[in-house]
Design a protein around this ligand. Structure first.
Ligand code: CTP
Length: 405
């Protein structure tokens, strides 16, 4: 079974008898780790019930371009952008013709026209229709545009004919998809990362915390999965959904984060410390709510928390270690110092202060490693995360190659 871990597959099902195999195809895609969104043409529902596909993919099947509720939630353009790959299986002679002409008469063809994702088509039709000059021309047009055509297979057809036109088996379609899109520069690698703030309890209702939103760490987890990595995300308390294909471990305090990291670090090839970990915790956590009791001041004694990333970097068998540095001034000098004293392979530094860094949607980073640096300009965190992952992969590969030789 190939891995499609974290890949977003938009599965288009059109009106052919092979549509009944759509259920098996969707099941295999989900089993391979893909997130699957089914889009059916209206007549395809004559061959297989949308409810079956919804149960398998855990996503409501989309059928209409004119569905106000769906358009408000994830409109057809968003759907087109969401997909990493669009797969149409079975693809009838009619949908192939529509794709060749670039029409947008229903949701599926509109999404295909609006999507920049690669398109894979598994034709299924009567052998005479497949051989027809019109279909040949349409298929040739799609091939010229770089569309992948998987099949059709030869054999006995539902109509009794024998010849080319059967949809290739779902298992083969998934294998073809895996071969084309299953890779990624971190395929087979395990990445452990921390994200978000920590909360250090003072009493049962109060804590010391910080403004970290977790957005950068979550965007990184998503980008790492996009490169095929197995990702474990140790997250402090944040209000963010778990990125696709990520194993998430929720924690509150720095000590819990430390414990969760050390429970997973032995398997990790790369460790990224993106969390804003509290440096101190209360020496004594009150077991009852602290009362004012008429006093004007309150003194809380704080003790140091373990430094998670420095502890990981000090392990004899350690993963490639990436840290972050949030600085208000003299960013490069402080960040490089932090990289060295913590023993990190790479550090991503950003300037924090008014409207920068923590709660913002955009960020800029200065990335430093032994003998190199690269400034990543201010941009939305998801795009920045993709760029940072590229740099991490480059340095990680360079180090692994150097160690192997
Ligand atoms: N970090 C960590 N464990 C801690 C504190 C920090 O793993 N207990 C990690 C952060 O996730 C980040 C890096 O260390 O990757 C830098 O953290 P930062 O708070 O900026 O550095 P400090 O060492 O705390 O330095 P200072 O607060 O003095 O700037």
């Amino acid at each position: 079974m190939p891995s499609l871990r974290g890949r977003r597959v938009l599965l288009g099902i059109t009106a052919g008898i092979a549509a009944y195999k759509g259920a098996e195809l969707a099941r295999l895609l989900v089993k391979a780790g893909a997130e699957v969104q089914v889009v059916m043409t209206p007549s395809a529902t004559e061959f297989i019930g949308p409810l079956t596909l919804q149960a398998i993919t855990a996503r409501e099947v989309r059928q209409s371009l004119f569905d106000a509720a769906h358009e408000a939630a994830m409109g057809h353009i968003e759907l087109a952008r969401w997909a990493d790959v669009v797969l149409i299986a079975p693809a009838t002679a009619d949908v192939i013709a529509q794709l060749a002409w670039g029409t947008a008469r229903d949701l599926l063809t509109t999404v295909c026209l609006a999507s920049e994702a690669p398109l894979v088509v598994a034709p299924a039709m009567n052998q005479a229709m497949w051989r027809h000059a019109a279909t040949r021309d349409n298929v040739a047009a799609l091939l010229r545009r770089g569309v992948d055509i998987v099949g059709p297979a030869e054999g006995e057809q539902a109509c009794g004919d024998v010849g080319p036109g059967r949809m290739v088996e779902p298992v083969e379609i998934v294998a073809a998809l895996g071969a084309r899109f299953g890779g990624g520069r971190l395929a087979g690698r395990r990445v452990l990362l921390t994200a978000g703030p920590t909360r250090e309890a003072l009493d049962p209702v109060r804590f010391l915390g910080n403004r970290s939103s977790g957005k950068m760490g979550f965007a990184l987890a998503d980008a790492l999965v996009g490169q095929g990595a197995d990702v474990v995300l140790v997250a402090g308390p944040v209000a963010l959904p778990t990125p696709r294909g990520v194993e998430r471990v929720d924690v509150e305090s720095a000590q819990q984060m430390y414990d969760a990291v050390f429970a997973h670090v032995a398997q990790a090839d790369i460790f990224i410390a993106c969390a804003a970990v509290a440096d101190y915790r209360a020496a004594n956590v009150a077991d009852k709510k602290i009362k004012k009791d008429g006093t004007e001041t309150l003194t809380v004694e704080l003790v140091r928390n373990p430094d998670i990333v420095a502890s990981v970097a000090a392990l004899p068998q350690r993963p490639f270690c990436v840290g972050f540095a949030a600085e208000t001034d003299d960013v490069e000098a402080y960040a490089e110092h932090k990289r060295r004293i913590k023993g990190l392979d790479m550090i991503a530094a950003n300037q924090v202060g008014a409207a920068l860094g923590f709660e913002a949607d955009d960020n800029a980073l200065l990335v430093l490693w032994e003998g190199g640096r690269e400034a990543l300009e201010n941009q939305p965190k998801p795009r920045l995360a993709t760029r940072l992952v590229d740099l991490i992969v480059e340095r990680f590969d360079a180090q692994t190659t150097a160690q192997d030789s």
